[in-house]
Design a protein around this ligand. Structure first.
Ligand code: AMP
Ligand code: MG
Length: 346
């Protein structure tokens, strides 16, 4: 069913970029780098093209897409209004890893927003992404460029692994600097609500808007999820991920104990650790995610580490937990999803 020729284009190939932008406008699928993760783009005004994103990714149809723009002037075509808080946040954080949920205009097809009357919009902070969107001349609907459920892609190679044969173009712009997806913030009400933590943190939004809420799934019984995507199992490598949480020395002991038990069952074991602790483990594959003191570093390497465990065919992954300060909150949000709630507290 998927036998499309996938062309990989280098980000500095101006002619290739123009071709890809033209193809994008005309209904083809183009994966492109952003500062967060790679996106899989289609012309947001073309419902058939957008439908193909869902097919290529195997994404459930009720999980809406983020619309990417290169110029604030495009907003007037896709949203009904830009409230005060939204304007302030755009001035401060765009281009950047902040997605704003706004009331949508009729120009945005239902397939983009999964039938919601709101649309999520973002201006990425990546010159290749901005140039591609600008050259295409249309707003670009783009979820992460991975197969649904897999860890998001932070390099062109990750995209190629998941989507070769399913999409027309991949623009190779190297590794993504932030490494976890954008913050999704609902700004349709009086107080902004974080639907998904990401690169722009709770603290940063609070400084601009004064008050900010964090949406908790199932907070109100029988309420429809506000960010439908967050209900799905996500970011998961093939192997089971188990988090181990507690005081540092105990975590190290417990993980080593679990590794021994797994070895007795002939399992190949991976450990995701802070750089400081990595040397203390006796597993088959130990990946240092970065320094425990630098959550930005852990964010930028997280998905690459999860994918490496798959490449190395480990059967089970034990992971330390990391501090939730700043972007650490987004890191732990993704790790908790990847583990589907499996956590050992010591
Ligand atoms: P992805 O681009 O794959 O990282 O997924 C986009 C995220 O944005 C998902 O979690 C969606 O549920 C969320 N999202 C997109 N559009 C909306 C919207 N209109 N309202 C709330 N959440 C949205
Ligand atoms: Mg995604």
């Amino acid at each position: 069913m998927f036998l499309i020729e996938t062309r990989i284009i280098r980000a500095d190939d101006e002619e290739g970029l123009s071709k890809a932008a033209q193809a994008l406008k005309n209904g083809k699928l183009v994966a492109f780098p952003t500062e967060t993760v790679y996106g899989l783009g289609a012309n947001a005004y073309d419902p058939e093209a957008v439908k193909r994103i869902f097919e290529a990714k195997g994404r459930p149809g009720d999980n809406p897409l983020i619309v990417h723009i290169s110029d604030k002037g495009q907003l007037k075509d896709i949203v009904l209004e830009v409230p005060e808080n939204a304007r302030k946040l755009m001035d401060k954080f765009w281009p950047g890893p902040l997605t704003l949920v706004l009331k949508k205009s009729d120009a945005v097809p239902d397939v983009v927003t999964a039938g919601l009357d709101t649309v999520a919009v973002r201006m990425p902070d990546n010159i290749v992404a901005l140039r591609l969107i600008e050259l295409s001349g249309v707003p670009v609907a783009a979820p992460s460029a991975n197969l649904s459920g897999r860890p998001s892609p932070t390099s062109a190679m990750h995209v190629a692994k998941d989507l070769t044969g399913r999409i027309e173009y991949i623009i190779d712009g190297g590794s993504c600097s932030v490494g976890v997806e954008s913050t999704v913030l609902d700004v349709t009400g009086d107080i902004p609500v974080i639907l998904r933590p990401g690169g722009v943190t709770y603290e940063m939004i609070g400084e601009v808007c004064g008050k900010v809420d964090v949406y908790k799934v199932g907070a109100k019984a029988a309420e429809k999820p506000r960010s439908p995507g967050m209900k799905y199992r996500h970011y998961s490598p093939e192997a089971d991920v188990i988090l181990v949480e507690g005081e540092n020395a105990r975590v190290v002991d417990e993980i080593n104990k679990q590794v021994s038990l797994a070895h007795e069952k002939n399992l190949k074991v991976g450990v995701l650790a802070s750089e400081e602790n990595a040397g203390l483990y006796k597993a088959d594959v130990v990946l240092p995610a970065g320094s425990a003191k630098r959550p930005e570093e852990i964010a930028s390497r997280l998905f690459d580490c999860l994918r490496k465990f798959d490449d190395l065919k480990v059967d089970i992954i034990y992971s330390e937990t990391f501090g939730e300060k700043g972007i650490g909150r987004a890191v732990m949000n993704r790790l908790k999803k990847a583990s589907a709630g499996k956590i050992i507290k010591v």
